[in-house]
Ligand binder design. Sequence first.
Ligand code: NAD
Length: 256
Amino acid sequence: MLKGKTALVTGSTSGIGLGIAKALARQGANIVLNGFGDAEGPKAEVAALGVKVGYHGADMSKAADIEAMMKYAAETFGKVDVLVNNAGIQHVAPVEDFPPERWDAIIAINLTSAFHTTRLALPAMKKANWGRIINIASVHGLVASAQKSAYVAAKHGIVGLTKVTALETATTGITCNAICPGWVLTPLVQKQVDARAAQSGVSNEEAKKQLLAEKEPSLQFTTPEELGELAVFFCSDAGKNVRGVAWNMDGGWAAQ
Ligand code: NAD
């Protein structure tokens, strides 16, 4: 379905981003990976799916890095057809104790980076009259949880950016939508599981159960593979008139 197209997925050396990159690669898309840590393992996993794979280590908190990454993608693959804004971090603290530099980092990485990649990707998408922009928001783009002020603000913000981008491209072959996962057991969430286990003196397994029971009626984690399939649907021809949605895959979290 995506043969000959190129997908750039930010924050794709791990977790949800890597899951989405692999799902798009299974549809034939060439992939540009981004993120910190080991890039060789993720590159090999994607290349094993028979597509071309590139990598750029841009720091998503830096506009100049993002510009360099978009330039690299255009020079290496022609253009970016599918943009997945996924890079994200978390910090948990009450508002009055929230370190201002953590606030700034979360807004920069979880929200502002998507503005930069989107503004830089749109001209080539408009020229081709085809494009897919998929913003990985969160159920926290729809509802709030205590202690997550910056994250919830950034995720509500990216849902807003999604809607504006969808409106501005509504008469074109470009769509923009958001995906809003509930709990996904990635390193980002494992840190919260570890903190809960340490705080309450319970096992890792028990901490996971508690985390799910508190928020997610299905009592199941969503997986990166499931989220990847939703991204594939947004890229499909059947998804061409899905515009500006914030689609939760959250085990019923936001239905409560
Ligand atoms: P993760 O920690 O497994 O992966 C985050 C990725 O972002 C990594 O590749 C990391 O290297 C990259 N990254 C972090 N800071 C970066 C920076 N400054 N520049 C470039 N890359 C950077 O986390 P995840 O759970 O896979 O999260 C991916 C996205 O999904 C995030 O936006 C997160 O908010 C969102 N999300 C996660 C969950 C969940 O339960 N895990 C739920 C809802 C939404």
